[in-house]
Design a protein. Structure first.
Length: 235
């Protein structure tokens, strides 16, 4: 079990671990108990009522956060011709085909997101063993295999995030930085929850959203009252 320092324990002492906080109260307290001297990421952890061992209960998708993530995202696009130019015009950091594939095969990974046009996937698929383990492989389910290059690149640069349920039925996703206003963090979190609810598998039975927690990179987690949150979203 991990050992925590004095500052973490002090922050933890200000939190009632048995309480489900209303969202604004949780965000205010989250800012109060942060102690790191850098702009920490605020992460949401959502427990879903699904069994990812069954393919028809896999929850995966993407959502554009209205206020972004606070992180500069380097986007690489595999495309040719007009689509390559479209990617450059949209602000993609790297655009190419065989030249970029060779660089990646040589161990280059100075990018955060990868997008590809459908016609490039036969070649890009050969990079699966390199991109897959890093969560970088383009996938049509999250919108990164597309001919709509301009919109996807713009969304990724603006703060579109991908999510995928893990083996325990939990989603981990960034919703901003601690320097964000509480209202911005709240709107980002609500966008994530709304997307997750819309992605609910038809085969999922019983309560779907079973727990929502927020934390900063270094700080302890707080439980959010999911019923109040879902009520605000009218879900």
């Amino acid at each position: 079990m991990a050992k925590h320092g004095k500052k973490y324990k002090e922050a933890l002492s200000k939190i009632d671990r048995l309480k489900s906080y209303e969202l604004q109260e949780a965000l205010s307290l989250l800012k109060e108990v942060t102690f790191a001297n850098f702009d920490e990421t605020v992460e949401a952890v959502v427990k879903l009522g699904v069994d990812p061992r069954h393919a028809d209960q896999m929850v995966r998708g993407s959502v554009s956060l209205p206020h972004g993530t606070g992180k500069t995202v380097r986007v690489l696009v595999f495309a040719k011709g007009d689509k390559a130019q479209e990617a450059k015009d949209a602000g993609a950091d790297y655009v190419g085909d065989d030249d970029l594939m060779s660089k990646i095969q040589g161990g280059w990974f100075d990018f955060d997101k990868v997008v590809a046009t459908p016609d490039m996937m036969a070649s890009v698929g050969k990079l699966g063993r390199l991109l897959g383990p890093r969560g970088l492989m383009p996938n049509p389910k999250v919108g990164t295999v597309t001919n709509n290059i301009k919109e996807v690149v713009s969304d990724l640069k603006a703060g579109m995030i991908e999510y995928r349920v893990d083996k325990a039925g939990i989603i981990h996703a960034p919703v901003g930085k601690k320097s964000f206003e509480s209202t911005q963090l709240a709107e980002n979190l609500k966008s994530l929850i709304d997307s997750l609810v819309k992605a609910k598998p038809e085969s999922a039975k019983g309560q779907y959203v079973r727990g929502v927690y927020i934390s900063t990179t270094m700080g302890p987690g707080l439980k959010v009252d999911q019923q109040q949150l879902l009520g605000e979203l009218k879900l």
